[in-house]
Ligand binder design. Structure first.
Ligand code: SF4
Ligand code: SF4
Length: 186
C-alpha cells in the first residue's frame, strides 16, 4: 500500500488549475464510488477513478500526472453519466492527460504514440489514413507485429487502402490544429 504524506505533497494551485481547465468543481465529489463502479477499465487502472478524484481534492499533482489510469481512460463518459453530483469526470480525466503531456509525463507510451500518430494523420489528410497511421505507430513504438493477425480480414474488405482518402477541404482541418497550437496547447 502506498502511503502519501498529504501535508508535504499537497499542491492547491494544481486543484485550481484542473478546476479552471475542466470547468468542474472537484470539491463536490463525495466519494460515492459510482464512477468507478461503471468504469470499464477499472481492472487495468493503477488508481480507480473515484480515487483519482480524491487525490485531486488533496492536490496530489505528481501522483496523478504520473499514473497510468489517465492514459488508459477511454473517454467513454460512463463515469460522467453516473455521477450524482453532475461532475464531468471524463473531462477531468482528459484535462489531467493534457496536463501530463505538457509536463512531459507519458506513462503509457504506446497510447500517447497512437494518439500522436492519429492526430498527425488527421492534420495531414483531413481524416485518418489507416495505413499511414499504422506505419507511423509501428515506427514510433517498434511494435512490428501489433494486430498483424487482423490484416487478412481487413485487406479483402479494402479497409487498408495504400493511399489516403480525399476530403473536400483538408486545409480547413489543418487550420484547426494550427489554432490549437497558437493557443499554446501541445
Ligand atoms: S471516461 Fe474513462 S474514467 Fe470514465 S468510465 Fe470511461 S474509461 Fe472510466
Ligand atoms: S460518481 Fe461523482 S461523486 Fe461519486 S465518486 Fe465519482 S466523481 Fe465523486
Amino acid at each position: 500500500m502506498n502511503v502519501i504524506s498529504l501535508s508535504s505533497t499537497q499542491d492547491r494551485n494544481f486543484v485550481a488549475q484542473v478546476e479552471k481547465e475542466s470547468g468542474q468543481s472537484v470539491s463536490q465529489c463525495y466519494q460515492c464510488g459510482n464512477c468507478t463502479a461503471g468504469c470499464p477499465y477499472t481492472s487495468v487502472y493503477d488508481i480507480p477513478v473515484h480515487q483519482v478524484m480524491r487525490l485531486l481534492q488533496a492536490g496530489q499533482k505528481q501522483t496523478l500526472l504520473s499514473c497510468r489510469s489517465i492514459w488508459l481512460c477511454a473517454s467513454c463518459q460512463s463515469c460522467t453519466t453516473r455521477c450524482p453530483n453532475n461532475i464531468d469526470v471524463a473531462h477531468v480525466m482528459d484535462v489531467l492527460r493534457h496536463m501530463a503531456r505538457r509536463e512531459g509525463h507519458a506513462t503509457e507510451y504506446g497510447v500517447k504514440s497512437f494518439v500522436d500518430s492519429f492526430l498527425a494523420s488527421v492534420e495531414r489528410n483531413g481524416r485518418a489514413f489507416e495505413m499511414g497511421l499504422l506505419v507511423s505507430y509501428i515506427l514510433k513504438t517498434g511494435k512490428f507485429w501489433t494486430d498483424v493477425d487482423l490484416a487478412p480480414k481487413m485487406l479483402p474488405k479494402n479497409k487498408l487502402s495504400p493511399f489516403p482518402h480525399k476530403v473536400k477541404n483538408p486545409e480547413a482541418i489543418a487550420k484547426i490544429f494550427e489554432r490549437f497550437r497558437q493557443e499554446g496547447h501541445k
